[in-house]
Design a protein around this ligand. Sequence first.
Ligand code: V47
Length: 378
Amino acid sequence: MQTHEYAHLDDSLAQKLIDRAGLGEIDRKARAGERLSFEDGVTLYRTPHLAAVGLMAHRVRTAKHGKKTYFNINQHVNYTNICVYSCKFCAFAAKEGEERAYLMTPEIVERKVREQLHRPVTEVHMVAGIHPAMPYEYYIDIVKAAKRARPDIHVKAFTMVEIDHMLKISGKSEDEVFQDLREAGLGSCPGGGAEVLADRVHKAVFREKQGPQGWLDTARKVQRAGFKMNATMLYGHIEKVEERVTHLLKLRELQDECGNFMAYIPLAFWPYHTDLANYGHVTTGFLDQRSIATGRLMLDNFEHIKAYWIMLTQESAQTALSFGANDIDGTVTEEKITHDAGTTEPEVLTVDQIGHLIREAGFEPVQRSTVYEEIVSA
Ligand code: V47
């Protein structure tokens, strides 16, 4: 198979390109392990020399992970689309009584997980809307249901929005809630709900929902309770470059404090059927690659940068492997959030398809568990 030579570009040529783009000092800092500043982040987002930014990120990625590119065999369960909030970027949420509204009972969640028993799935990823009426016990029960169906599965569930909701409705202490979740079988938390950690964006597009400080405070609680989690940024709508960089700095600061973030995942916004549909366009390849590369360079204390193929598209996710990403997410199986917002991607990829994307780009596919242990298949 022909592989992409970019991944193996001669280092002195790369250096020339970076220097001529005027990015030599940022590159020097990144390679010396020095922290990049807010201004450096803005420069990385603004420079027209995307290839140079990509090369810088690629060098950092290569120093950390060589050619290894992680994927997992996972399954998404979006257990309800009924949501009290009306975020403008979301096409998934529905109100009770609407034709498209649905809610999975714990029995349905159990059945969904059982349906995949013939495949070597290691993770179930469960996120959904904030239902107005489901009691605290429901959240505990759906975790138990997934574990009942497949006891060895890693349950990665509940964004900081859902965790905060549970803390509020439980009538229990924070410690008790985390203890209940741990005993039910929660393994870790996904990185959604952060959107853009900027008050202006919060007010304009998701004002009813938990804001930036709330997300960070809940992430701190989750990590102090010993759970690992991911962090996302939903980019490509109304946010400004400065707000993106501030978002990255806030994540970096919390990682210094707690250290339990596994991966940073920039999420490309899909506008169809949302209140921002008139905003007009899907994200460009240029912005997708820049978001991956800038994340890799700014977040020096994050091990993993994930190119989530469903939102990036397979094409962009594959290219992102040469722009700093070392993870491509997984097989997924059934996904509703991006599909309701108009993605043209399939709902599932096979391990062979994922392997092909990674190998063709010049990298080595490595199956991982949710918490990045390498899995050697039998
Ligand atoms: O929080 C909502 C985003 C997130 C749209 O942790 C949209 O491994 C694009 O967080 N266009 C949920 N994005 C998904 C998520 C995630 C996905 C994959 C892996 C992991 C992980 C986490 O999806 C939401 C929101 O930020 N979202 N609507 C939309 N129209």
